[in-house]
Design a binder for this molecule. Structure first.
Ligand code: ZN
Length: 147
């Protein structure tokens, strides 16, 4: 029940327009409906990204304090819909390329992330390891740079 109540208070993301929207970090066109991302600031301003790693870099550059919500594509969905990143499980796997080279994918269901981990290898982690504070986001960037 508590998650339903929280969802009611969370601003809704704007759909990504694949093939026309531009990434607010690297300026490339957003085309991959499995790896897109979006953040909404506390004032309601929306930033869109072609890759989760671009979202992370953007938040690191501008500071996480101003942001209200974070959204990513579920890798297993085909609709390109955005899901709440803070409840997602993330996988870094060298066998699943993402648009800007971080091999980073988000999964709405933890069991799906674990299934891909078994099939593809890599490392699974949840939002708590990099959200909330700049230090934690830097931890993710450190992870992204690992071979
Ligand atoms: Zn980008």
């Amino acid at each position: 029940m508590s998650s339903l109540l929280l969802a009611a208070c969370t601003p809704k993301p704007e759909p990504l327009h694949y093939g026309t929207d531009e990434c607010d970090y690297c300026r490339m066109t957003i085309v991959d409906p499995q790896h897109g991302a979006e953040v909404i600031t506390q004032k309601g301003k929306i930033f869109k990204f072609d890759a989760i790693e671009c979202m992370v870099h953007h938040v690191q550059k501008t500071g996480p304090d101003q942001f209200g919500s974070f959204w990513v594509n579920d890798y297993t969905a085909t609709t390109g819909a955005l899901v709440d990143a803070t409840t997602c499980t993330f996988l870094i796997s060298k066998n699943i390329p993402s648009p800007m080279g971080a091999y980073l994918s988000g999964f709405e269901e933890k069991t799906a992330a674990e299934k891909f981990l078994q099939e593809k290898g890599g490392e699974v982690f949840d939002w708590d390891r990099f959200e909330e504070t700049r230090d934690k986001i830097l931890t993710l960037l450190f992870l992204l740079n690992l071979d």
